[in-house]
Structures are given as C-alpha cells and as structure tokens.
Design a protein around this ligand. Structure first.
Ligand code: GLN
Length: 494
C-alpha cells in the first residue's frame, strides 16, 4: 500500500517534468555515449586494425547493430519475468563495462568477445530504462510525450559527445584507451543510477510474486545472470558468421510475435486491442528506421563524395555534418517540441499519436525530397551544396522527433504492466530490422559502382532518395488515413 502511495506521489508531480526523469536522463546519456562512441569506431577499427575489406566490415557492422537491437527483446522479457527493470539495467551496465574493458586489454584479439558482452549488456539496459521513464507518469498524463522528448535529448547529447570523443581517442591515441573509456563511462552511468534509484520508489522492482521465498527468487535471478553469460559463445558464433545473421533475423521477429500471442491470452479484449495498435506502430517504425538509417550508410558515402566542404560559407567536412547535425538538432529542438505538445494539449489542439507518427513520415518524405533536390545545386563534377544537405537533416530530425520519442511513450501507454519490457524490446527490435533493411536499400542505391564518376553516383543516390521520399509520403498518408481505426484499437489512449 505504501508502495502504491509512493508511486502515486511520484506521478502527481508539479511542473513539466518529474524530477526522477533527470536520473534516468543522465544514466541513459552516458550509456548512449558508449553506444554511439563504439558505433562510430566499429567500421574504422575493423578496417584499420582487423584488416577487413570495406564490404566485410560493412556487413559485420550491420550484423552487430542488428544484434544489439535484437537482444533488447530478450532483455525486456527477462526484466518483465524475473529481474525487474532496475536489476536488468544494472546487469546490462556491468556486462557493458566488462565488454569495453575486455577489448581494451587487447583490441585485436578480444574485439569480438567484448562486442558480445556489449550486445547482451545493451539488451538488458536499453529497453528497460525507457520503460522506467514511462512509469513516472499516470496512464492519462498528457506530459508523458514531453518527458520522452527530453529523455531523447539526453540520448542525443550522449551520442554526440561519445561519437566525437571516442572516435578521436581511438583514431589519434589508442584503441585500447578508447575501449577502456567505455568501461569508465559506463561505470559513471551505473554509479549515477545506483545513487539515484531510490528516488524511483517502487518503479522497476522485482516482478516476482511477493510471496515467493527469497531463496527461490535468488535462484531465478542467478540463473538469468548465468544464462546470459552462457549465451555469449553462441552470440559470438552468430556475429562472426554473417550468414547466421540472416537466419537469426528471419527467426527472431516471428518468434517474438508468437511469444506476444501467447502472452495475449492473459489479457482482456481491450488490452489486446491496444497491443494490436502497438504492433501497428512497431511495423511502421521498421520502415521509418530503414529510411532514416541511410545516415550511417548511403548518406555518409554521399557526404564523402558529393558535397562541398563549406557550410554557410564556413569550411566544413561534410562527414562531420552527416555524423553530428542530427544529434545537434535533436538537442536543440526536442525539449521545445515537447513543450509545444504540452501547450497544444492544454488548448486541446495536440495531434493524437497516430497523426504524430503520420507527420513523422511526411517530414521524412520532405527530408528525402530535400536530399534529392541537392541535384539541382550540383556542379559539373557532381559536387553539390552542403547547405541543402544540412537542411535535409534539419527536416528529418523533426520527423524523428514526431516518431521516435512518441513511439517510446506509446509502448509504455499501450502495454499492460506485465509485458512493458517485452513491448519496449519489440519496439527496438523494429530498429534492428530497420537497420537491416537500411543496408539493403543503401546497397541498392549504390549501383554506380566503384569506378563510376561522381556525377553518376550523385544521380544514382538522388534517384534513390526521390523514391524513398515517395514511399515515405505514401506511408504517412496511409497512417493518417487509418488513424481513426488505430485510435479505435487504442481505446481512449491518445
Ligand atoms: N537514436 C535513438 C536511440 O539511440 C533511437 C534509436 C532507435 O530506436 N533506432 O535511442
């Protein structure tokens, strides 16, 4: 009862944000620092230190990214069933620290084994911190989307700092130090959480029945810890054989659906309808990320070959713009947009979540149209305006802000308590598929080949971007058209 009260107290906060949000903001910020720092280093490290060719490095990179997001499903399920969100997060952080330090000991030798620790660690960490953000709010609190927007700014702050600092340390100082930095920074994240978790009241505690004897509870928990360590050699096998990645991707998605179907037997018809609505959002998000994640692939090659080294007259490397502008725009505009949602909600003008998703796609379409339109500013060598390209990133960021934080928020609103981790895991699993499809799309656009002229490359990429713009437009229109239907499934959740 007193726990209930505490939860109630947490949720009846004054002002725009619950104060616990800051604890989660910083914990996640440091985790994303490591994640995006590592992500930025991966291909460079694999090519320069492990002597992989570009193609293999790209495939390997895609596989690692896909696995990282795919394991969020497993982390979510174990949090729901056994560990609770907090212990999952702590275990995930520990595994990530070990992963970084293992690689730091001898980067060339232990790279893959360390990566496996990071994959499983992120799986336990990432979905569960987002779920805890959702639990800070009453089911019908209209400030929730704004909270997720702020949390999302923290994600991008970490991404920006990590992306710059870790790649710099790795490339210009030592790879060992760069990976050791993961260990250090994840320790900061972990300590930050340990010190602040008390403010979370009952949020994220064990889901096991209170009557269960402590010894039994411990056995379940220890078995989960041991099980995740035992899984590491298997993950190693999957990651180092990209053919297995395909197989894994074919199996994991359908398997999660079967699992969800099985869980659904416990819920009422209304709850199951909400879960169906959540699935609609998850499916559309695969498409969104498949387009959006061109940033790590085709857009970075586009930046490498086809853009002027000048932004608003200031000398600038286009790849720096490609790697950092999105994060910068998110940091600048996430909170104001969140505040705009609250302002609109007070005037009963806030678009509902389905329409926000639809807007996300329309902005995605506009952004790809802008990327396409760079062709109108090209010179005879196929080199075009970095200003227009940056405008594309500006627009895509607003699309992302209408979809990604809103999606996190929706998963927490639409899922019954006992499957919140699972649903958040599924949300990120959609990102795994998005990454996977993004690679295929990017490969499809790069038909110009290695020998092709810059002009031919420009033509081929911009043609591809025009097509993506059209598909995104169709997706946005479809979403807005079916919004009354999806809202009916959502049953009063906005
Ligand atoms: N950029 C966000 C993050 O790192 C969203 C990632 C995703 O869902 N693909 O959390």
């Amino acid at each position: 009862m007193s726990e209930q009260l505490t939860l109630e107290r947490i949720r009846t906060f004054e002002g725009k944000y619950p104060r616990q949000l800051w604890a989660l903001f910083f914990t996640e910020m440091w985790e994303r620092f490591c994640f995006y720092g590592m992500r930025g280093m991966l291909t460079v490290f694999m090519v320069s230190q492990l002597a992989l060719d570009d193609r293999t490095a790209n495939l390997q990179y895609g596989a690692i990214q896909a696995f990282v997001y795919a394991f969020t499903f497993i982390g979510g399920v174990f949090a729901d069933k056994i560990l609770g969100f907090r212990k999952s997060l702590l275990w995930g952080a520990l595994l990530m620290i070990v992963g970084g330090l293992v690689i730091a000991v001898s980067p060339k030798e232990f790279f893959y084994i360390g990566i496996c620790f990071s994959i499983i660690g992120t799986g336990f960490f990432k979905p569960n911190i987002s779920t805890m953000v959702g639990q800070l709010y009453h089911p019908d609190d209209s400030r929730r989307d704004a909270g997720f927007s702020l949390f999302y700014a923290g994600i991008n702050l970490g991404a920006l700092l990590g992306g710059i600092l870790m790649v710099y340390v790795g490339k210009y100082h030592s790879w060992s130090w760069a990976f050791a930095l993961v260990g250090v920074v994840m320790t900061i994240s972990l300590v930050n959480f340990l010190y602040t978790q008390r403010s979370l009241g009952p949020i994220g505690l064990s889901p096991l029945h209170p009557d269960m004897p402590v010894s039994r509870r411990k056995i379940y928990e220890i078995a989960t810890y041991i099980g995740s360590l035992v899984a590491i050699p298997f993950i190693l096998l999957l990651v180092t054989n990209t053919a297995y990645t395909d197989l894994f991707m074919y199996i994991i998605g359908p398997a999660t659906l079967v699992w969800l179907g099985w869980e659904m037997r416990k819920f009422s018809a209304a709850e199951n309808k909400r879960l169906m609505a959540a699935l609609v959002f998850i499916l559309f998000s695969v498409l969104f990320w498949a387009f959006f994640e061109q940033s790590g692939g085709s857009l970075s090659l586009f930046a490498l070959n086809n853009l002027r080294h000048s932004l608003l007259g200031i000398p600038m490397d286009p790849n720096v713009v490609n790697n950092s502008s999105n994060s910068l725009f998110v940091i600048a505009f996430a909170a104001p947009l969140g505040i705009l949602w609250v302002w609109l909600a007070k005037r009963k003008l806030e678009p509902n979540s389905v329409v926000k998703f639809g807007l996300g796609f329309l902005l995605l379409a506009l952004a790809f149209y802008v990327f396409y339109a760079t062709i109108f500013f090209a010179d005879a060598d196929g080199v075009t305006s970095l200003d227009v390209f940056t405008l594309g990133y500006f627009v895509i960021t607003f699309g992302e802000l209408c979809l990604s934080p809103i999606g996190l928020s929706l998963m927490t609103k639409l899922s019954p308590h006992s499957v919140q981790g699972l649903m958040m895991g599924m949300w990120f699993l959609a990102s795994a598929y998005g990454q996977y499809v993004a690679g295929l799309l990017g490969a499809g656009m790069s038909i110009a080949g290695e020998e092709a002229t810059n002009m031919a490359k420009l033509q081929s990429y911009t043609d591809g971007y025009l097509q993506l713009a059209l598909y995104a437009l169709v997706a946005g229109v479809v979403l807005i058209a079916i919004s009354p239907l999806v809202r009916r499934l959502m049953r009063g959740v906005h």
